[in-house]
Design a protein around this ligand. Structure first.
Ligand SMILES: [Zn+2]
Length: 341
């Protein structure tokens, strides 16, 4: 619960900063109440203090011009109060100590799903409509998040959703596909994939149709996803080596889509934040990017896109706070989460 303390202390700091902003108003108020020291209203306290003005007598003193601002806790974003899952932990479990490390990819996916469910209408409806095993597990994860039980949230994620055994060391160093977006792959079986070889003597000349998930696609850039849906992919037939065409379609527009890019090749990133537009057209439908993850080469962090503003969630940042994002980094685009416009 160290993070909880940090968040609270940060809130206090922000309030202290707010005081500075309102210094003139505060000085006036303290000058007045400080001298009178809460006089008993039944006593002629006003006379005791001579011509000291009271609100009842001279209302103009209390007009807004003398109180330019009312002091309130500063809320810079509706996401300020969102519980944020912190990186890794040491955690007592059945008398042993469970050590969780390399949790960033899982944390990003948990945080994005929590954000979608809690802060977007379309995400909430999407998950509520599912009403299946995964939805039940996710609601359990969200409930733990709401109660700041982040270790429990992650345990449900790993044990119940990813179905990984829990040992004394939980190392989620397996990338975002394996410990993150894989969780929702079954929900994303929405893409019709049609493959056909151009050689009419080849057995693959017959159209082969399958239903896949966008998470089965391995684009290097977000742009490729749109292009593949528009134009298909030309490849070599594995049987006869003639050219073979694969097409993708979304027969029913999905409310939520996620795909994961192969963001990195050696030391170079295929695509960075600059390449990601706020809107993406897939199969002639317009989607908004609501969240995405970035990969540094050894660490994942997420960006939440809410009400035209972007916020960085990094489970390793200290204190753990959402940061308003103004920059465009050169880290690689990993997963992109879309909602239907
Ligand atoms: Zn062929």
């Amino acid at each position: 619960m160290a993070s909880l303390g940090k968040v609270f202390s940060q809130v206090e700091n922000e309030e202290a900063d707010g005081d500075k902003d309102n210094l003139s108003g505060r000085n006036f108020a303290s000058g007045f109440t400080g001298v009178t020291a809460h006089p008993d209203p039944s006593v002629n306290s006003r006379q005791e203090f001579g011509d000291l003005r009271s609100p009842e007598k001279t209302k103009d003193v209390w007009k807004p011009k003398n109180h330019p601002k009312v002091h309130k806790p500063i809320m810079t974003s509706p996401l300020d109060s969102m519980p944020l899952i912190p990186w890794g932990n040491q955690y007592p479990l059945d008398g042993e100590t469970l050590i969780m490390i390399n949790t960033c990819a899982a944390d990003c996916t948990i945080q994005i799903l929590y954000f979608l469910y809690t802060y977007t209408h379309i995400g909430k409806t999407f998950i509520n409509k599912k009403n299946d095993y995964l939805a039940t597990c996710l609601l359990n994860v969200f409930n733990h998040m709401n109660n700041w039980r982040f270790d429990d949230a992650r345990l449900v994620w790993v044990e119940k959703i990813l179905k990984q055994p829990i040992n004394d060391l939980l190392n989620l160093w397996s990338g975002e596909r394996a410990s993150g977006t894989k969780a929702v792959k079954d929900w994303m079986q929405i893409v019709t994939k049609t493959t056909k070889c151009s050689n009419d003597f080849c057995p693959n000349f017959e159209e082969q149709i399958s239903i896949i998930s966008p998470l089965n696609l391995f684009p290097t850039t977000p742009h490729l996803i749109s292009q593949w849906f528009d134009e298909g992919i030309e490849q070599q037939c594995a049987t006869c080596l003639s050219s073979q065409k694969t097409r993708f379609a979304l027969p029913n527009a999905a409310d939520v889509i996620v795909y994961t890019c192969n963001s990195r090749w050696g030391n170079k990133f295929h695509s960075t934040e600059e390449d990601l537009a706020q809107e993406q057209i897939i199969n002639n439908k317009v989607y908004s990017v609501v969240a995405y993850t970035l990969y540094t080469g050894s660490h994942y962090y997420a960006v939440l896109w809410h009400q035209n503003k972007r916020y960085t969630y990094d489970d390793r940042s200290k204190p753990l706070l959402l940061q308003k994002r103004t920059q465009v980094s050169s880290d690689g685009i990993s997963s992109v989460w879309l909602t239907l416009k």
